[in-house]
Write a protein that binds this ligand. Structure first.
Ligand SMILES: [Ca+2]
Length: 389
């Protein structure tokens, strides 16, 4: 707690000195502690429309009339890029009949309850982010209707980051999508996904894949995801894995249909200080999967998370925390100072027919009353000062 308070004070001071919020510049660096956003929503929200911003209403968008605004939004986004200006979306409800692409611009609403973008085509409603320095803030994106997940096409995600660099998705509410809530793909890098609310998706809540790297996912709330809550996934069809991802201070659960937080192929991933509860499969899942032909996992730190009552679904009966080598190799996994409680069917498991190397559990607290506390069937497992194992 002392450390937490010290970090908070330091961050707040540096922000006041830097004064970067008023400029609309990215509000923080990836290495900064996230606590400041929780304590001062006004600072986190930032970004009032400035003289340097264009408004979608100047390009013909009309709020609350039930009519399509896509062409106005597209024209405004194009102009904002050409003029190097931010794009403001005022309060109200706007309708989008197609995919909206924002390229290298900052698009900002008036708040994630105040500005609502409604996609009317369930097959083609993604807000796509591309280019460099692109950001999406302070609005809500919903689909009027959804269709089955089916082929999993990105066109029916809520938000899709397509190879963008230095991107930000902050204070956005995502509600309903046929596939993922926030999809980060195609080598997207140096991105921050923060303070968002993601609910009722057809696939994963937040999904990071296809060579993306240096991504921070912090202080988001993910509930009722149709698949995993927050997932890092690398397929063997990629030349390199997803890497350097930090997932911290998120709340994940609300009867999400699969795992809470998962790494299924990837390198150098930190999962820290998250709360995961009430997911159908394992709360935290580190795996290689033969059926999905995923890459190896190397270097995952799982630190100071709470995992409560996960693995609800039968017959799988996942433990609260599961390391599963379905193929290939899982190496260098560290679980430290986590609190793992009330597993629906069991506590912690490490198993699978692949290779598991170097899994360490240190100073974790396990409180398990249903089924086996620990099931270690594979790997070189080091246990240090854990409680309840
Ligand atoms: Ca309209």
């Amino acid at each position: 707690m002392k450390k937490h308070q010290w970090l908070l004070g330091t961050a707040a001071l540096s922000l006041i000195v830097g004064g970067s919020f008023a400029s609309g510049a990215p509000a923080y660096a990836a290495g900064q502690p996230p606590a400041v956003y929780r304590t001062d929503a006004g600072i986190g929200a930032s970004s009032t429309a400035s003289a340097a911003a264009l408004s979608v209403t100047d390009f013909g968008a009309v709020a609350n009339d039930g009519k399509d605004d896509h062409s106005a939004f597209a024209a405004a986004a194009k102009a904002a890029k050409q003029q190097n200006k931010a794009l403001h979306v005022p309060a109200g409800t706007f309708h989008l009949s197609k995919i909206l692409t924002i390229d290298s611009i900052r698009m900002e609403g008036a708040g994630k309850a105040a500005t609502v973008l409604v996609s009317t085509d369930p097959q083609k409603g993604s807000i796509d982010l591309k280019g460099s320095g692109v950001s999406l803030r302070n609005l809500k994106h919903v689909y009027e209707t959804t269709v089955p997940r089916g082929n999993g096409a990105h066109e029916k995600n809520s938000i899709t980051v397509r190879g963008a660099g230095n991107f930000v998705i902050d204070n956005v509410s995502v509600n309903k999508s046929s596939t993922a809530g926030i999809m980060v793909a195609y080598g997207s890098n140096n991105g921050i996904i923060s303070n968002n609310t993601v609910a009722n998706t057809g696939a994963d809540g937040i999904h990071i894949t296809t060579e993306s790297h240096h991504i921070t996912v912090e202080n988001n709330t993910v509930t009722a995801a149709g698949d995993d809550g927050i997932a890092v996934v690398s397929y063997k069809t990629s030349p390199v894995p997803v890497r350097a991802v930090t997932i911290r201070d998120n709340e994940v659960g609300g009867l999400s249909k699969a795992r809470g937080i998962s790494v299924v192929g990837g390198e150098n991933v930190t999962i820290e200080n998250n709360s995961v509860k009430n997911t159908m499969m394992a709360g935290i899942y580190i795996a290689t999967e033969g059926s999905y032909n995923t890459m190896n996992v190397d270097g995952v730190k799982v630190v100071k998370n709470t995992v409560n009552h996960t693995g609800i679904k039968e017959p799988e009966k996942h433990p609260n925390v599961l390391v599963y080598a379905g193929q290939g190799t899982i190496s260098n996994i560290e679980f430290s100072e986590n609190t793992i409680t009330n597993g629906a069917h069991r506590g912690i498991g490490v198993w699978g027919g692949g290779v598991v190397r170097n899994v360490k559990f240190e100073r974790n607290t396990l409180m398990n009353t249903n089924g086996a506390k620990t099931t270690f069937k594979n790997g070189n497992i080091e246990l240090v000062d854990n409680v309840g194992f």
